[in-house]
Design a protein around this ligand. Structure first.
Ligand code: PHE
Length: 330
C-alpha cells in the first residue's frame, strides 16, 4: 500500500491546524490549493488509488474522500470566520456616531411682501372674500376705459403708464381685476385681488414695480358704512386694536364718492390707499344694474405695510434680492 491510514490522518491533522491558524481570506485561498490542488499530497494519494489492488481500493477511497471532505469543511468554516471578522472590523472602522450634531443647511424664507400679502389675503378670506387674479399685462380698456377714465385723463400719460404695444399696458393698479371679475356676474359677491402693478416712478419711496391689494364687494344694500367698517377691521388686523384711520375726500374716476385713507403711525399720518363706492358707470360697463346693486372698492400698497412691519426704510431694499437683507426678515 503506497500510503497508510496513519499518514492520511497526519495529513489531515497538519492541514487542519494550518487552516485554523490562517489569518486572511487571500491566504486561505492559497492554502486551499496547496492542500487540495493537483500538486497536493492528497491529490497524489488519490492518483495512487488506481494502482491499488481491488480489495483495498474501496476502503482507501472512502478514507481519502472523508479526508477531503474534512478539509473542505475546515476551509469553509475558516472562511466564514474570516469574513465575519473582516465585516466587523470594517463596521468598526466606518462607525457613525449618531449622537454627533448634524450638518445644517441654510434654509430660505418667504419674502416680506409675500408674508404680508398672505396675511392680508387670509384676513379677507375670513370675511368671506374669494381670491381673484388678473394679468399684469392688460388692455387699456380693462385698466382704464371700463373704469371710467376719460381718454384724456393724465393717469394714462407716459409719466405713469408703461405702454406695452397696441392697446396693451402694464397694469397701473389692481383695479383691472374689478372689471374682469365683475363682468357678467350677478351680485352679491366679494373679491380680493393681490398682485404686482407698474408705474413709471423711481425714488427712495417709489419703485416702478410694486404690490397692491384690491378688495371689492357688491350687493343690493352695500353702503359707505360697510366700506369703513371693513377698512377698520382690516387696519386693526394689521396694525393693532388702537389704530387710527383718516378719510380724505378724493377723486377716482371709478368710484363716487371717493376717499383716500391714511393711518396714524408712530407720530404721523401715512397714506394707505384709495377707496370709494363703485361708480355706476363701472357697474354698467360690467353688465350690472346700478339701480339694483351698489358696491365698494378699495386698494392699497402691500409694500408700504411690509416696510413698516419689518422696519425697512427704502422700498428698493425689498426688490434688490440682497440675501444679507432678506435673510434678516424671516
Ligand atoms: N386703484 C387706486 C390706486 O391705485 C386705488 C383704489 C382702488 C381706489 C379701489 C378706489 C377704489 O390708487
Amino acid at each position: 500500500m503506497p500510503f497508510t491510514a496513519a499518514e492520511v490522518e497526519k495529513l489531515v491533522e497538519d492541514a487542519e491546524s494550518k487552516i485554523g491558524s490562517c489569518s486572511s481570506l487571500q491566504g486561505l485561498t492559497e492554502l486551499r490549493s496547496q492542500l487540495m490542488g493537483k500538486k497536493s499530497e492528497l491529490s497524489g494519494f488519490l492518483r495512487e488509488l488506481g494502482s491499488l489492488p481491488k480489495e483495498q481500493r474501496e476502503l482507501s477511497g472512502q478514507l481519502l474522500n472523508a479526508a477531503k471532505k474534512t478539509l473542505e469543511d475546515a476551509v469553509s468554516v475558516r472562511r466564514d470566520a474570516l469574513q465575519e471578522l473582516s465585516r466587523s472590523q470594517s463596521l468598526q472602522r466606518h462607525r457613525t456616531d449618531v449622537t454627533l450634531p448634524g450638518v445644517k443647511f441654510p434654509s430660505g424664507s418667504l419674502h416680506p411682501v409675500t408674508l404680508v400679502e398672505r396675511d392680508m389675503v387670509n384676513f379677507f378670506q375670513s370675511l368671506g372674500y374669494s381670491i381673484e387674479d388678473g394679468p399684469e399685462v392688460d388692455t387699456d380698456y380693462n385698466n382704464f376705459g371700463a373704469l371710467n377714465f376719460p381718454d384724456d385723463h393724465p393717469a394714462r400719460d407716459t409719466q405713469d403708464t408703461f405702454f406695452v404695444s397696441g392697446d396693451q399696458v402694464l397694469r397701473t393698479h389692481t383695479s383691472n381685476v374689478q372689471v374682469r371679475a365683475m363682468r357678467g356676474k350677478t351680485p352679491p359677491f366679494r373679491f380680493v385681488a393681490p398682485g404686482r402693478v407698474y408705474r413709471h416712478d423711481l425714488d427712495p419711496t417709489h419703485y416702478p414695480m410694486f404690490h397692491q391689494i384690491e378688495a371689492f364687494c357688491v350687493g343690493s344694500d352695500v353702503t359707505f358704512a360697510d366700506l369703513k367698517g371693513t377698512l377698520y377691521a382690516f387696519a386693526r388686523h394689521l396694525f393693532g386694536a388702537d389704530v387710527k384711520l383718516r378719510f380724505r375726500a378724493h377723486f377716482f374716476p371709478f368710484t363716487e364718492p371717493s376717499a383716500e385713507m391714511d393711518f396714524w403711525w408712530q407720530d404721523r399720518w401715512l397714506e394707505w390707499g384709495g377707496c370709494g363706492m363703485i361708480h355706476p358707470t363701472v357697474l354698467r360697463n360690467c353688465e350690472i344694474d346700478p339701480q339694483k346693486y351698489q358696491g365698494f372698492a378699495f386698494g392699497m400698497g402691500i409694500d408700504r405695510t411690509a416696510m413698516l412691519k419689518f422696519g425697512i426704510p427704502n422700498i428698493h431694499r425689498l426688490f434688490e434680492g440682497d440675501i444679507r437683507i432678506l435673510g434678516q426678515l424671516k
